[in-house]
Write a protein that binds this ligand. Sequence first.
Ligand code: GLU
Length: 395
Amino acid sequence: MSATNARHSAAVARRIVVKIGSSILTEDGRVRDRAFTDIARQVAALREQKREVVIVSSGAIAIGSRDLGWSHPGRSIPEKQAAAAVGQIGLVELYRKRLARYGITVGQVLVTRAGLEERERFINARRTLTELLRLGVVPIVNENDTVATDEIRFGDNDNLSATVVNLVAADLLVIATDVDGLYRETPVAGAPQPTLFDIVEKVTPDVKRAAGGAVSTFGRGGMATKLEAARAASACGAVTALCNGRTHNALLRVATGETLGTLFAADAEERRLASRKHWLAFTRRTRGRIGVDPGAARALVERGKSLLPAGISHVEGNFQVGDPVACIDTLGREVARGLVAYDADAIRRIAGLATRQIGQVLGYSNGSEVIHRNDLVLIEAPERARGERTRKRSR
Ligand code: GLU
């Protein structure tokens, strides 16, 4: 996708997910009323253009901390959860009041990763969001911080926003944050500001390096999680715009195809993941790992094959039939992930064997494939070792 194409896609996007970071909504522990007013005005303008908008908003912990009279954002997890419980009310109320001025109704949608990992709940969330959009409501999505601890949470609204892109099949994700975009180098205080990437065609190791690891006080995600979100959004066909939410009319400008901040292109059509595969790759967490030999890794990545017992070297973890499991190559990189047709113990017993031996060894067979192609997604191989041959990618 060329820069012009990416800008054009942003300009014609019908369904837009806007992710608003805490740093836009608050400053030094105070709510920036103006931010809510600006967002509401722009969302109303987008709606006038017959475009649908879902807001993924952080800020519950920041606003709750203020309401509780704290000078800090809540240090322990229970403190943060308590602050979120208090702050979520104020957060949604601010959006409700501001958007009501334009005759727009909002709906609150709180989700957890653990919830969305269940296929049925994921589909329920999709139905609810789709119905809200049909009714002309602007959904305000946040993580349900009160029930989610580190184990079961998205943790950052960047990744959550990419899941929402998949849930509603959005074509544009706007990540409004307090930096202007993705700098080509990490900015250093006192030094001249580096230039921004206008367009990122693909999240390469160089792009990742440029992202460094900045994290702000209230928001949980740094630049790295924004890149992950852009990567996940592009895999379901959405363009991602990373821009400074404090810039005048940033949302509107990005959504009219103006060059503002950094734009991440969507994956080419043939490489996009269908919604279920996207959910499998980016929303579910894996329950174990299967080591695959180089031949099997190539068969998965280059020839689009299923995973057979013969290519398996070892199994890590205990998982059940139907669980998502990562396939790891000999360099320890995750090359694919998929839903297993056998549990961990059974795979340990048939690892390295020919398909016809499955029945003899186990006394039953769930089929030749340990992971069937239809239940498998290829994961972007992390940085390739220097000098390694670039493989043709198939998805
Ligand atoms: N859910 C958190 C909140 O509303 C924010 C998480 C994040 O900033 O990514 O405060």
